[in-house]
Design a protein around this ligand. Structure first.
Ligand code: UDX
Length: 250
């Protein structure tokens, strides 16, 4: 097994973070933090929106193409003066002024991410680049919801952040693999395509986040989300916990 003591990346930034939009310091913005949630009509995104909307100083903008999400998940906020819903595909650029970005737009269920793997990859790569471009332009802090899939089939349980993961590059789950550090010396992560498209979210999207952080000083956060379940999740979602529950109920 590879040396797991460190992720090997030099995490120092080369630049200080860009200044946030000057509007953030205006009288108006002190009372309103404008927050963008991509994928906010989905399972986790809609719960995040509920939480953000509880703070009366927040203005929340949801961007979603409704591929797996639904307006129904947000119905209590539609028409609210601090809430805005935009039908938009993150693979296209988005020009808005925001202070924070929560980037969740990506199908997380195997049924959906395998449905059109090329589109899933585009969402992960181009969608994340577009959101990072927006963060850079307006000086917004950005959070990416990554995935436990970055570890591949882990040999250590539970996985600490220092664990590199264990990915078999010729395994059935990865039709296209290449060592990303051949292209980008700052990372050890591996790129997966095809059936492993969801891993792109973790590996390439995390890489892009760190590269923007190092090169442009953008303030970033990454949350590696493991198996989730709960209200608003599709019973046929296909993830492990919902599968067990659905099978037990049936
Ligand atoms: O191209 C796309 C694909 C999907 N989406 C939206 O993104 C949202 C994804 O939400 P889902 O309910 O499918 O999934 P979840 O909320 O469980 O996943 C979320 O958390 C876990 C992370 O690993 C996922 O990347 C993240 O999307 C949906 O609202 C969907 O419509 C887009 O806006 N654009």
């Amino acid at each position: 097994m590879a040396n797991n003591s460190s992720n090997g990346d030099n995490q120092t930034t080369t630049k200080p973070p860009p200044l946030p939009s000057p509007l953030r310091f205006s009288k108006f913005f002190q009372s309103n933090m404008r927050i963008l949630v991509t994928g906010g009509a989905g399972f986790i995104g809609s719960h995040l929106v509920d939480k953000l909307m509880e703070n009366e100083k927040n203005e929340v903008i949801v961007v979603d193409n409704f591929f797996t999400g639904s307006k129904d998940n947000l119905k209590k906020w539609i028409g609210h003066p601090r809430f805005e819903l935009i039908r938009h595909d993150v693979t296209e650029p988005l020009l808005i002024e925001v202070d924070q970005i929560y980037h969740l737009a990506c199908p997380a269920s195997p049924i959906f991410y395998k449905y059109n793997p090329v589109k899933t990859i585009k969402t992960n790569v181009i969608g994340t680049l577009n959101m990072l471009g927006l963060a850079k332009r307006v000086g917004a802090r950005i959070l990416l919801t990554s995935t436990s899939e970055v570890y591949g089939d882990p040999l250590i349980h539970p996985q600490p952040e220092t664990y590199w993961g264990n990915v078999n590059p010729i395994g059935l789950r990865k039709l296209l693999c290449l060592k990303l550090h051949h292209l980008l010396p700052c990372t050890h992560y591996i790129v997966h395509g095809g059936f492993g498209a969801v891993m792109m979210r973790g590996s390439v999207a995390e890489t892009l986040m760190f590269d923007y952080h190092r090169q442009h000083g953008i303030e970033i956060r990454i949350a590696r989300i493991f198996n989730t379940y709960g209200p608003r999740m599709n019973i046929d979602d296909g993830r492990v916990v919902s599968n067990f529950i659905a099978q037990a109920l049936r």
